[in-house]
Ligand binder design. Structure first.
Ligand code: NAP
Length: 302
């Protein structure tokens, strides 16, 4: 049986560590760390993600400055909100929840965030720092995956890694982080021919295609490490009067793949909680820097 890479457990350990960091720095800083999550529109999944992030902030003592704007909000108005948060000294991190409603350009919004307060590491300057190996806030999902690998004793050095997906949110920064940890990385995307030939060669396979269960048993090699980033709500079956919680699945057929590989992340409970934990890491580390506190979280920022 393969090793289940338990993101929930590690996220809890990181929260404990962050809580300790906050308690240690609070009197010198004179204020808690602050995070603003900006949600625009009514995407239901985003509603759940934002609420999870705010609950995590409350658990460890990070103040929330979030705002929820209607999907009709004009771009300049959203940018104004971001600028006000840039100027607010109580705010250390700002995150724009993606996806945005059609017609709102994510690049302009991400570029309007002060790079010093970029809690998601997606500002062009911070992606450039990642590319050049300079320190800075890192994209939360891939940084969370790197933490999950290292704390489970999985070294990526010299490994043949395949990343399925090339988004700026996940695939691209993931490939850069793996490369800087000395993996040999191939990136696949929707125009890749013979995906299965590539994925079968992967000692480490990261799947972030946003396609439910596209990776089955035949796509993986024995003893590979498989990281499933995808998260999808399956249609509910059941009686209308007995509504059931929607079932979640990833981009990988967990039941087919788990018995063949050395280690795998479950969905839910794998990458998702690590994304939230790394958002907290980025926010608390920004706070430590903004308030002149000693910076103790460098090992978590790949
Ligand atoms: P995205 O922006 O839609 O990007 C998907 C990427 O996958 C694109 O690069 C696309 O290629 C590629 N792709 C699509 N179909 C493919 C196929 N059949 N074969 C190979 N590549 C294919 O999605 P994303 O934001 O990166 O997110 C990916 C998934 O991760 C989604 O399910 C999302 O909900 C989930 N996610 C989870 C977390 C978490 O915390 N668990 C965080 C972020 C995202 P092209 O570039 O050619 O279009």
């Amino acid at each position: 049986m393969s090793l289940k890479l338990d993101g929930r457990k590690l996220a809890k350990e990181l929260e404990d560590r962050l809580q300790f960091e906050i308690a240690s720095g609070l009197s010198k800083a004179g204020r808690p760390p602050g995070l603003a999550v900006i949600r625009v529109g009514e995407d239901p999944a985003s509603g759940v993600y934002v609420s999870n992030k705010e609950k995590a902030c409350a658990r460890i003592g990070v103040a929330s400055f979030g705002t929820h704007l209607p999907s009709t909000t004009p771009l300049p108005e959203v940018i104004q909100k971001i600028q006000a948060l840039n100027a607010n000294e109580k705010v250390d991190g700002i995150l724009v929840q993606l996806p945005l409603p059609a017609g709102i350009d994510s690049t302009s919004l991400l570029m309007s965030i002060d790079p010093e307060k970029d809690a998601d590491g997606l500002h062009t300057l911070n992606l450039g720092k990642l590319l050049k190996g300079e320190s800075g806030p890192r994209s939360c999902t891939p940084a969370g995956i790197m933490a999950l690998l290292s704390t489970n004793g999985i070294s990526v050095e010299g490994k043949r890694a395949v990343v399925v997906g090339r988004s700026i949110l996940v695939g691209q920064p993931m490939a850069l982080m793996l490369q800087s940890a000395n993996a040999t990385v191939t990136v696949a995307h929707s125009k890749t021919k013979d995906l299965i030939d590539l994925t079968r060669q992967a000692e480490l396979l990261v799947v972030a295609a946003g396609r439910p269960q596209i990776i089955g048993r035949d796509h993986v090699r024995s003893n590979a490490v498989v990281i499933d980033v995808g998260i999808h709500r399956l249609p509910c079956v059941g009686l209308e009067e007995q509504p059931q919680k929607p079932k979640l699945c990833g981009d990988v057929c967990f039941n087919e793949v788990a018995s063949k590989v050395a280690a795998i992340t479950p969905v839910p409970g794998g990458v998702g909680p690590m994304t939230v934990a790394m958002l907290l890491v980025n926010t608390v580390s920004r706070w430590q820097q903004h308030c002149g506190l000693s910076f103790n979280l460098g090992d978590l920022l790949p």
